[in-house]
Design a protein around this ligand. Structure first.
Ligand code: SF4
Length: 432
């Protein structure tokens, strides 16, 4: 790998499977983006990509099909509206994800996500880590997303405008999934940034190149990892309280309705993003949210009627709104665009949806095109991951699929291994 490629990764850029094309990822703290920022992303996709935005399962946005010469222009255009891609890929602290955008505590979570992103992004101390470092922030443990982060923050209480968090560490999926363990409970928000810094410092100092924090935890054990983290000087540091005006863009949800717009496989045409930005300006305080289910959510402004706004979305051709909409199905780019992809994930997802019975359609689904598990198949009710390519009798290569079911807390269990696509579809039919 060339030095040039590494530098592109730190700028949130991956090479695509197709020679000469690049993908630009944009970091959105807790998935929040203003309407004017969304218009810029849509215009970049229109002018430099192929008119489509990919919504990721960490609430970020990606623009594919960029040429190398476009990259500096794209970076400038993003910077003009306050968007950053620094550290969105590569060995850095990645975008701060949040699946609790509809919760009462979301303003506190969005604020903390912004502070964390500001602190760790572009800071040379926290770049060129052994591998990527993922932080998630949640209002509760229900979805289990705190379990798959290097650091998972879970809101434990809010009092008089101040927040406390439980801090989970060393989770992750991939070939060797590992659920995070609880490091410390009810941490005052003023201690969160220094404490996360302590975790990153231990990770950078002790993990071998190419390994995540979960590897370190498995090797040395949770107790030793905890001891090392808590021995860091910053682990007990308390920053001064932050004063000033509120930082969050999404207002407190009291009395407001939330609309979710389903976007199949997170593939959002740029003209639709332009439309949603205008809708957000008119109906949702000029703010949109990219959800970790690859949809777009809007919190309606005071006095906006949900049924009327939902009707406007439906008239514009969107599904979802206030109702259940189509089945939730997280889908990564697979070998449509991703270098690591082993299967055409969107095509397989469509084939799965075609055979879903009424029970299956009620579940949440996810498919990942390789063992990296970017769509978190182990956290969906039913998840699919391509495990390998098998060589057939004719010498062709065919993907083999693992099937997961999650029926309780924690990570889902593998219930089918190395299935052909035919066997996978049969197993899906059996779900009902
Ligand atoms: S799961 Fe694999 S194929 Fe899918 S986006 Fe991630 S790395 Fe690419």
């Amino acid at each position: 790998m060339t030095t040039e490629t590494k530098d592109y990764r730190l700028d949130g850029i991956y090479r695509q499977r197709q020679e000469g094309y690049f993908m630009q990822r944009v970091k959105l703290p807790a998935g929040v983006i203003s309407a004017s920022q969304a218009r810029t992303v849509a215009t970049i996709a229109q002018d430099f990509g192929r008119g489509s935005i990919h919504l990721t399962t960490r609430g970020n946005m990606e623009i594919h099909w960029l040429r190398e010469g476009d990259l500096p222009i794209v970076k400038r255009e993003l910077a003009k509206v306050g968007l950053t891609s620094r550290g969105a890929c590569g060995r850095a602290v990645r975008g701060i994800t949040c699946a609790s955008q509809g919760s009462l505590g979301f303003p506190a979570l969005e604020t903390m996500a912004r502070r964390l992103q500001r602190h760790f992004t572009g800071n040379p101390r926290f770049e060129r880590l052994p591998k990527k470092f993922k932080i998630g922030i949640e209002a509760d443990v229900v979805g289990g997303r705190h379990l798959i982060q290097d650091v998972g923050l879970v809101l434990s209480r809010v009092e008089n405008g101040a927040a406390w968090y439980d801090l989970w560490v060393a989770g992750g999926l991939g070939r060797e999934p590992r659920a995070a363990s609880l490091l410390v409970e009810a941490v005052d928000e003023r201690r969160i940034i220094p404490l996360v810094e302590a975790v990153v410092t231990v990770y950078a100092a002790h993990a071998p190149a190419g390994r995540r924090l979960k590897y370190l935890a498995s090797e040395m054990g949770d107790d030793e990892l905890r001891r090392l983290i808590l021995a860091q000087p910053s682990a007990t540091e308390e920053l001064p309280p932050v004063s000033g005006l509120p930082e969050h863009l999404v207002p407190a949800p009291h009395g407001r309705q939330r609309l979710e717009v389903r976007i199949f496989a997170g593939l959002l045409p740029s003209d639709q993003l332009h439309w949603l930005a205008a809708f957000a300006d008119a109906r949702a305080d000029g703010v949109l949210m990219a959800t970790p289910d690859q949809d777009v959510a809007l919190q309606l402004a005071d006095g906006v009627d949900g049924a009327t706004a939902g009707g406007e979305l439906a008239a514009a051709g969107f599904t979802g709104g206030l109702g259940p909409g189509q089945t939730r199905f997280r889908v990564c780019p697979g070998n449509h665009e991703c270098l690591a992809g082993l299967a055409p994930t969107r095509d397989v997802a469509k084939a799965v949806m075609d055979v879903l019975g009424p029970e299956g359609a009620k579940l949440t689904w996810a498919i990942s095109g390789c063992h990296n598990s970017c769509t978190q198949p182990q956290l969906a009710d039913a998840g699919i991951a391509v495990s390998r390519l098998a060589v057939t009798a004719d010498g062709d290569k065919e993907p083999r699929f693992d099937l997961y079911r999650r029926t309780a807390g924690g990570l889902g269990n593998r219930v089918g291994e190395q299935l052909t696509q035919e066997a996978l579809l049969e197993a899906v039919r059996c779900i009902g």
